[in-house]
Ligand binder design. Sequence first.
Ligand SMILES: Cc1cc2nc3c(=O)[nH]c(=O)nc-3n(C[C@H](O)[C@H](O)[C@H](O)COP(=O)(O)O)c2cc1C
Length: 317
Amino acid sequence: MIRTRLTELLGIRHPVVQAAMGYVSGPRLAAATSNAGGLGLIASATMSLAELEAAIAETAGRTSAPFGVNLRADAPDAAERVKLIIARRVPVASFAQAPRPELIAALKDAGVVTIASVGARRHAEKAAGWGIDAVIATGSEGGGHVGAVPTSLLIPQVTAAVDIPVIAAGGFFDGRGLVAALAWGAAGIAMGTRFLLTSDSPVPDAVKQLYLAAGLDGTVVTRQVDGAPLRVLRTTMVDHLEEAGAGAAGPDAPLGADQIGELLRAAMVDGRTDLGLMSSGQVAGLIGDLPSCAELIQGIMAEAGRCLDRLDEARKA
Ligand SMILES: Cc1cc2nc3c(=O)[nH]c(=O)nc-3n(C[C@H](O)[C@H](O)[C@H](O)COP(=O)(O)O)c2cc1C
């Protein structure tokens, strides 16, 4: 057992969070993670309010352990989503960016733990100043939208800057990484790609096989999807976008928001690998198996224990 400020804050057995992934982290994956002693997060940006309500009910039916909902702070119905989270007594609300201080206060008053994702120190400081309980700091090797600073530099910088628990993300997959994150001052790790590649993840097998086949050079950060840097699997479609749209970003980006959502959904839900848009961390290049969430978390904790023993031995020697 490794106790940290995160396990204390969330009431979970292991300092391991399953990062939110649109169309991927629904009730099945979130509940499997929470049942394994980590924290599962439902990704709600790709769900309607009614779908989120159903997902919360299903997750609560699958686990009695704490779980959370991830939402966009800038969603037009963010306040309604927050009301739903409070009404359904969801233990944790996590935000893709820090929400307004009023929303944080409303959640905290209702006893909901609040977490914000950040990719830069100044965002962590701002969120901490607004009263957020913890941050997930994600380095540039992570999947999906990413900042410019790699995990090995971002985590020590953020943990030195804020007093709240910092959850390290971007490139984590094993027990050695957990110990490294703790050494940098983090209180735990969050992983996306690693949880996508589990037997509990609902992603079609053909898609999982594509991730498993990727090497460390198998992902690319592109601005040609929605204008913001997005780390995705390198596919023919992404290569074409990069060539066609070089220089086009923001409103001139080649794909509209609806098209992007459709392409992501088609891959993650329908298994359309041919359409070629799949968010992925670089860590896909180091992953070669599909354990269950329970096997994954148990393996990480066992390896972290061995790693700490080894370090202890080195200190005594
Ligand atoms: C397939 C996939 C989908 C993702 N979708 C979202 C999302 O909808 N919202 C979000 O805030 N982050 C999303 N992310 C980013 C993750 O929450 C997390 O920051 C990232 O996976 C961490 O890096 P790692 O993949 O190296 O573990 C996604 C990541 C992946 C791999």
